[in-house]
Design a binder for this molecule. Structure first.
Ligand code: ZN
Length: 401
């Protein structure tokens, strides 16, 4: 008598949302197949998230986040809601509609393929509890300066720093939305070296660990001053590299301000209006030639300070692009109404992004004398034991569009 039957208590709202699938009864018997496909028809009307609302669609504070996401099942339900705002859509055949199974997976009504909420996302096959992922996401997204892998490991009492490091890198890898808008209006552009100092090296040789990067920042009329920014590594300071950076990150028709570097002349042919600021002309006017591009230099010093502060300057050049993406993501959301909104945006991108494997992240690193140890133990933070908040994101009434 080893076959078992699990009876689950399901509460289904008018939207077809699964409110609770905690097993209520668990007994041993012969009839496992009878209820193995326990589920319900699942095809919500067009709901969509519309404008995200604080306290409904995303938690307003760390306390509220912990209240909402007390269990892995709460987290899984939130990810399902983010991934399929209009109801389950089969990842295999693309058809909407299906059933929620008792094990938390979904079965497609069309092709009967089964998939989980996390399959095909950055949470694919994770062995780290989702409550740990959610807490890590909050610390990553909500802090002014993010968090280092070592701090994350200590804060969440995780088993290894490698697990913390991978979680942070998986979040970093989702931040650049495909087809995101380019910068417009008036934009300052410059190139600079960014990266950690190598001990024992001085001056030019210290550049061994530095990476040449392009920085572009929107200049807004007062009082706002600074708009969005983009930062990306450049292969070199040639005219071709600078033009590729411009066309990737700055919309044609933009007024582009640069220094007098020989790589920039001719960008008018790419449909930009060009304002080169010449150092000798600035000197002749009695101005500081180092302050020709004040905004872009301010951003450069913020990035460098952030890498030295939060990450102690210990960033491998191979991973620098991911850190630059993180800086840009946080900088461009510095005026967000709520920190919870940024948390929500990261998770929204995370369920829309293909899996990121350990080997994908370390593949770009230089070979090391000693390869990083794989995580040995995986831990999770102790229970916070708070009262349930009844999943407020599920209380939203359907509306058109
Ligand atoms: Zn299907």
């Amino acid at each position: 008598m080893s076959v078992w039957l699990r009876v689950s208590y399901l509460q289904i709202t008018s939207n077809g949302c699964l409110l609770d699938h905690e097993p209520a009864v668990s007994i041993e018997c012969h009839f496992s197949l009878t209820l193995a496909r326990l589920g319900f028809p699942f095809n919500r009307s067009r709901l969509g998230h519309g404008e995200a609302r604080a306290g409904v669609d995303y938690p307003r504070s760390f306390g509220e986040m912990q209240e909402w996401f007390r269990t892995d099942a709460d987290c899984l339900d939130y990810l399902a809601w983010l991934r399929w705002p209009e109801g389950f859509v089969c990842p295999s055949c693309g058809q909407p509609g299906g059933w929620a199974l008792s094990d938390g997976r979904f079965e497609c009504a069309a092709c009967h393929g089964r998939s989980s909420v996390t399959a095909g996302t950055i949470f694919d096959r994770t062995r780290t509890p989702l409550t740990v992922w959610f807490n890590a996401c909050w610390l990553f997204a909500s802090g002014k300066d993010g968090i280092s892998a070592l701090s994350l490991k200590r804060t969440l009492e995780m088993g290894s720093v490698q697990t913390a490091w991978m979680i942070l890198h998986r979040f970093r890898s989702v931040l650049v939305r495909p087809g995101r808008e380019r910068l417009t209006g008036t934009v300052e552009v410059d190139e600079t070296y960014i990266g950690g100092e190598q001990k024992g090296l001085r001056g030019g040789r210290a550049r061994g660990k530095k990476v040449l990067t392009g920085i572009a920042v929107e200049i807004l009329p007062a009082p706002k001053g600074i708009g969005r920014c983009r930062i990306a590594p450049l292969p070199d300071a040639s005219a071709t590299s600078l033009r590729d950076f411009l066309t990737d990150h700055v919309e044609p028709g933009t007024h582009v301000i640069t220094d007098g570097w020989r790589g920039y002349p001719g960008i008018e042919s790419l449909d930009y209006t060009h304002e080169p600021r010449n150092q000798s002309a600035a000197r002749a006017r009695g101005e500081d030639p180092g302050e020709l591009l004040p905004v872009v230099h301010r951003i450069a010093s913020l990035v460098k300070r952030w890498l030295l502060g939060t990450h102690q300057g210990a960033v491998n050049p191979a991973h620098l692009p991911a850190y630059l993406d993180e800086f840009v993501f946080r900088f461009n959301r510095r005026h967000s109404r709520s920190r919870g909104m940024v948390f929500y945006r990261v998770l929204e991108l995370a369920v829309d992004h293909e899996p990121v494997r350990y080997r994908d992240v370390i593949a770009s690193s230089r070979p090391r004398a000693q390869p990083p140890d794989p995580p040995l133990t995986r831990g999770h933070p102790p229970s916070l034991d708070r009262a349930p908040a009844n999943r407020p994101w599920r209380t939203r009434t359907p509306h058109s569009g």
